[in-house]
Each structure stands twice: as structure tokens, then as C-alpha cells.
Design a protein around this ligand. Structure first.
Ligand code: ADP
Length: 384
């Protein structure tokens, strides 16, 4: 009886199932074709590589953007149109993808087959199997040469405006100070109060203008890096003392895990200090009151490592890949109503790269964040 039923079932079900399966396959095949034509027709350059970067697939836009044909690309690595960035960039790139198994998002300069340089925004993602091993790497690249040019012109305009505003602001500030001090005649107590307000506000504006100037210079790659070697110990001490107000307001405890005889950095001490202060100010801003922030320095075989660790709000995982991009702020900062522009880390990254350092971080939401600056041994020499 059972057998009859089974046979009967087969007779009843088989034709339908086969039709179903073939239908599915046709549907899947159709979908794959559709997907392929979408990828091929995309304005973005898309390539798929193996784990060592050998190109397995390249879409039409990648031919148009790089100038190389698919045949020329397959089996080669993107170095075919790359190799224009400093070594530290590629080191950080591969560390993010292969070691951290995270997406790399950033801007890059590449070279077309005809020798022309172009700027691109890239997102490179490792594809992981069920065991967490990388199987393929998918790279998306968008040619932003035109946008970057407009952006540069905007920055140049900001630099020019900031530069032009600097002189009159200094004059206003000095004049207000002269009047306040009674250098050009007696002044009533009431008027002194107003003059002080003018003076303080103008001073604040002048500082802001200086910041704009610094930022625009960094952005244009014109930020002057001078050679002002200094002891790392002194730089760290000065950074901490410069931000005492913020430390006091939030009653932060700074734990210094470093010795006095730290190496001498053979680079621009002002810039290193800007980097450290930016990271410390963020650590303070994104930590609750009474929290501990630690600064640790370790000397490895080939590198010097500076870590700035906080136990603050952390950076949500989904936002981590965008944290060094211009004007980006993670979702959770809006809950704590913190002020910010999203420019600090963008400039920190830029400065770090100009010095030949690298920067990375690990973070967990509501647990904390640790930023790591790596300084290669050709940039420092032993302490004393
Ligand atoms: P801003 O602090 O002005 O928003 P930044 O460029 O300095 O801009 O930082 C970008 C974003 O990175 C911040 O908005 C915040 O989301 C995140 N971030 C940076 N540092 C920390 C930190 N120590 N802890 C938590 N989030 C941080």
C-alpha cells in the first residue's frame, strides 16, 4: 500500500517538480544575466580579484576608466593602473582588507593607460566564506577627477578668504586692545566692558580663521611640514597641558603609560602635536565625565606605537569604515548632543600620511575606542 502511494506520489509530483526546478533555473539564469548586465552597465568601475589581487572579472566601466581592455586586466593586479600612492597607503589598504577583513573606503590617485592621472573614490570589500576566510575581493571605483577639481577650487577659495580676513581681524583686535588699555585716551568702565567683548570675539574669530587656513593648506597638500625634531615625551606632555581646560571640565583622568626617555621624532613636532591633541580631544568629547583616558607608547622592532584609549561611547561597527572621510560623524554622537564638524579625523589622517605615519583604530560601541599611531623607525631615533 505504501509503495503504491509512493509511486502514485512520484507520478503526481514529478512532472510538476521538474517543471518547478527548470523554471527556477531559468529564473536564476535570467537573474544572473540581469545582474551581469547591471554590473557591466554600471558607471562605477567594478573588478573582482582573488585574495592576492589577481583580476578575475572586470566590468565595462573599468575599461573606460583605466583605458586597459579586459584582456589586458585579467590575471594582472590593479597595480596596472595604480602604484601612484605612498607605500604607507597600500600597507594600510592591505592591512584593512587582509588582516582586519574589513572594507577599505578612501580616495586614491591612479594612472590611466595613456599616462593621465585620475582621482577615484574606492570601496574594496573582502568576501568571506563561512569560516571567515577571504575568497574574493570586490573593488568598486568611481572616477571623481572632476568633482575633486571643483572641491580643490572651493578649498582654494576658503584659503584665499581666510588669508584675506586675517589681516583686518588682527587690526581690529589690536585696535580694540589699544582702546581697552586706554592707550588712546581714557575710557569709561562701561565702554571697557564692550571693548573687551569685541576683543574676545575677534580673537575667537581669528583662531577659527587660522584653523580654516591650516585645514585648507592640508587639503591642498600645501601644509608646510617643517623639520623640527623633538622628544616624543615633550610633545605628549605639551599636548596634554594644552588641553587642560577640556580635561578639567569633564574631570577626565589621563593615565600616562610611557617613560621619560622616549625617542626623538625627526619630523615636525607641531604637526605631531596637532594629531595627538585632536585624538585626545575626541577621546574626551566622546567619553562620559570622570572617565579614564590612557596614552601608551611602545617601541617595537621596526616601529614606535602610540595608543590613545578611551572608555567612551565607541564607534558603531557599521560606521567604522567611514570614520576618516570628510564631514562624517557616526550615528551615536547625535544622541549625546556633542558638537563637531566631522573634519578632525579627516585632517588627522591626512597629516599622519604626510608625516609617513599610519593610523588605525579598534572600537566597540559603549565600550570604548583605541587609536593607534604607528611611526616607522626611519622617523625616530633613540631617546638620549
Ligand atoms: P567631530 O568630532 O568633529 O565629529 P572627527 O572627524 O574628529 O569629527 O571625528 C569623526 C567622527 O568619529 C565623530 O563624529 C565620531 O562619530 C567618531 N569618533 C572619533 N573619535 C571618537 C572616539 N574617541 N570615540 C567615539 N567616536 C569617535
Amino acid at each position: 500500500m505504501k509503495n503504491v502511494n509512493f509511486k502514485q506520489e512520484l507520478v503526481n509530483i514529478s512532472p510538476l517538480s521538474f517543471k518547478g526546478v527548470f523554471g527556477e533555473l531559468e529564473y536564476l539564469d535570467g537573474n544572473l544575466k540581469l545582474l551581469r548586465s547591471v554590473i557591466d552597465g554600471s558607471f562605477s568601475h567594478i573588478i573582482i580579484t582573488d585574495i592576492d589581487g589577481h583580476i578575475l572579472y572586470a566590468n565595462k566601466s573599468s575599461e573606460e576608466i583605466t583605458g586597459f581592455s579586459k584582456e589586458e586586466m585579467i590575471g594582472k593586479t590593479p597595480a596596472l593602473w595604480g602604484k601612484q600612492m605612498p607605500n604607507a597607503f597600500y600597507e594600510n589598504f592591505w592591512n584593512t582588507i587582509k588582516r582586519d577583513k574589513k572594507d577599505f573606503i578612501g580616495n586614491i590617485v591612479n594612472q590611466r593607460k595613456n599616462g593621465e592621472l585620475y582621482e577615484a573614490e574606492i570601496k574594496v570589500s573582502p568576501m568571506l566564506d563561512n569560516n571567515g576566510n577571504i575568497t574574493f575581493i570586490v573593488a568598486l571605483e568611481k572616477d571623481i577627477t572632476k568633482e575633486a577639481k571643483i572641491d580643490r577650487e572651493k578649498t582654494e577659495f576658503i584659503a584665499l578668504a581666510a588669508h584675506e580676513l586675517r589681516t583686518p581681524l588682527t587690526t581690529i583686535s589690536l585696535t580694540a586692545e589699544m582702546l581697552y588699555r586706554g592707550i588712546v585716551g581714557d575710557i569709561s568702565k562701561e565702554n571697557k566692558k564692550y571693548l573687551k567683548t569685541i576683543h574676545d570675539e575677534v580673537k575667537g574669530m581669528a583662531l577659527m580663521i587660522e584653523k580654516f587656513l591650516d585645514f585648507s593648506q592640508v587639503e591642498m597638500g600645501k601644509f608646510h611640514i617643517s623639520n623640527e625634531p623633538a622628544k616624543l615625551f615633550d610633545i605628549l606632555e605639551k599636548s596634554v597641558s594644552d588641553i587642560q581646560t577640556q580635561i578639567k571640565i569633564k574631570k577626565i583622568i589621563i593615565e600616562k603609560s610611557y617613560k621619560k626617555n622616549l625617542p626623538i621624532l625627526n619630523t615636525d613636532k607641531k604637526v605631531v602635536q596637532m594629531i595627538i591633541e585632536n585624538l585626545l580631544l575626541n577621546a574626551i568629547k566622546y567619553s562620559p565625565n570622570n572617565n579614564l583616558i590612557s596614552i601608551t607608547v611602545e617601541e617595537g622592532e621596526n616601529n614606535l606605537y602610540i595608543r590613545i584609549k578611551d572608555n567612551g561611547i565607541g564607534i558603531p561597527e557599521k560606521d567604522q569604515s567611514k570614520i576618516f572621510t570628510k564631514m562624517f560623524r557616526a550615528e551615536n554622537v547625535f544622541k549625546i548632543k556633542s558638537e563637531g564638524s566631522g573634519l578632525g579625523l579627516y585632517f588627522v589622517k591626512n597629516l599622519v600620511e604626510q608625516l609617513g605615519f599610519t593610523i588605525s583604530f579598534i572600537s566597540k560601541e559603549n565600550i570604548g575606542t583605541t587609536f593607534l599611531i604607528t611611526i616607522p623607525n626611519n622617523i625616530y631615533s633613540s631617546g638620549f
